[in-house]
Design a protein around this ligand. Structure first.
Ligand code: NAD
Length: 379
């Protein structure tokens, strides 16, 4: 099986889908790997390290993809990139299929067997392949580091000869993978941390990290989790009561980190302009959901803005701001996925269409859309 690792082409994408470490593992498995020159540069993995790990370095995407059985990428390919893909090739990447259903139809038309890593099911067997978790974890950490960098004060309480500095108050909204890491990071930096979520299961996880859980209605929360472990969209009544309750809390915070997402839907709006304006000058808000529509009314994708002395950070691709670690974890997720279905005898990936993991991630196969959520896109 030949794997091709392409250089990401979207602006601002710093990550890469394989590292010298995973190349070495693929080769021990019995695969061959071709890496497009410069693919790892932005994540500080030089071509020479891929070559030392056993990859061949190809001058262009077309050369790398020539004769490949699978193409490994971080993000979905552009239409120009797709032109170099051979029919029957597997494409393994974060394809953002729900945001771009038309791309699913084009994979089918071009005979590309597309596997969307963001659709990995949340089952124990798939944990090591879960790219959303690995990337969210780093995003949660970086959100707090970014907030601390823009906050003109220290986070821990400090007792000095010149007097005492109070600890910063940090509020994390959405306590999934990113939120829990944001809580842990803010706690490590000495802040006083509180958090909220709509899922009841999050309460215990927040408290186990030493933060306070803030909620308006524990009973409503018991209904809020889907079987897959994600949040449901809450009723208008709940959202209104939650907003009133949270407004008082936000006014007392120094840093707010929002991470709330609902799969396949726009991010819930949790922080209104009035709530932003209720904060003290010097406060910082980080909206990690900015690319999904934003949890904060005033946040702008890709921008750090200041309004009334309050900074709102809407950085895009936050995991990509930690490109080396984000790539290492992403690359291991991809390796774990391929290795789980690798047949050592034929030295190729045997993806049983009935396997729960393969079923969940496969969008197209043999020129047809096979994922039930996108079948309508073919019509
Ligand atoms: P996510 O990125 O989809 O959403 C982030 C958080 O926002 C979630 O906790 C969600 O409940 C919360 N949220 C949604 N609407 C909200 C609102 N109106 N107000 C406040 N919070 C809101 O979630 P995620 O980080 O992917 O994790 C979801 C759950 O899945 C977590 O419990 C996580 O531990 C679990 N998980 C399980 C596995 C596994 O078993 N393999 C893997 C990863 C995550």
């Amino acid at each position: 099986m030949k794997l091709a690792v392409l250089k990401e082409t979207r602006s601002g994408e710093t990550r890469v889908a394989a590292t010298p470490e995973t190349v070495k593992k693929f080769i021990s498995l019995g695969a061959s790997v071709s890496v497009q020159a410069g693919a790892g540069d932005a994540a500080r993995f030089p071509d020479a390290d891929y070559a030392a790990a056993g990859a061949s370095i190809s001058p262009s995407a077309a050369d790398a993809a020539q004769g490949a059985d699978a193409i490994l990428k971080v993000l979905a390919p552009s239409s120009e990139e797709l032109r170099v893909f051979g029919r029957g090739v597997k494409l393994i990447a974060i394809l953002s299929a729900y945001n771009d259903p038309d791309s699913v139809a084009s994979y089918a038309r071009l005979g590309v067997d597309a596997m969307a890593m963001e659709l990995m099911p949340r089952i124990t067997r798939a944990q090591s392949m879960d790219v959303l978790s690995s990337q969210s974890n780093l995003a949660g950490y970086k959100a707090v580091i970014d907030a601390a960098a823009y906050y003109g004060r220290a986070l821990p309480m400090m007792m000095t000869a010149a007097g005492t500095i109070a600890a910063a108050k940090v509020f994390v909204m959405g306590a999934g993978v990113a939120g829990l890491q944001a809580i842990a990071t803010a706690r490590r930096l000495g802040a006083i941390v509180s958090a909220t979520d709509v899922r009841f299961a999050a309460k215990e996880q927040v408290e186990s990290l030493g933060a306070t859980f803030v909620t308006v209605d524990e009973e409503a929360m018991k209904e809020a989790e889907t079987e897959g472990g994600y949040a449901k969209e809450m009723s208008e009544d709940f959202q209104k009561r939650q907003a009133d309750f949270v407004a008082d809390h936000i006014a007392k915070q120094d840093i707010v980190v929002t991470t709330a997402l609902i799969p396949g839907r726009p991010a819930p709006r949790l922080v209104s302009a009035d709530m932003v304006n209720s904060m003290k000058p010097g406060s910082v808000i980080v909206d990690l959901a900015v690319e999904a529509g934003g949890n904060v009314e005033l946040s702008r994708p890709g921008e750090a803005i200041e309004t009334g002395g309050i900074t709102i950070l809407g950085f895009k691709n936050v995991p990509g701001r930690l490109a080396a670690d984000a790539s290492s974890l992403y690359a291991r997720n991809i390796y774990n996925f391929i290795a789980a279905f690798f047949d050592k005898e034929t030295k190729s990936m045997k993806a049983d269409p009935e396997d729960a993991i393969i079923k969940a991630v496969t969008l197209t196969r043999g020129g047809k859309i096979v994922h039930p959520a996108f079948e309508a896109a073919e019509a």
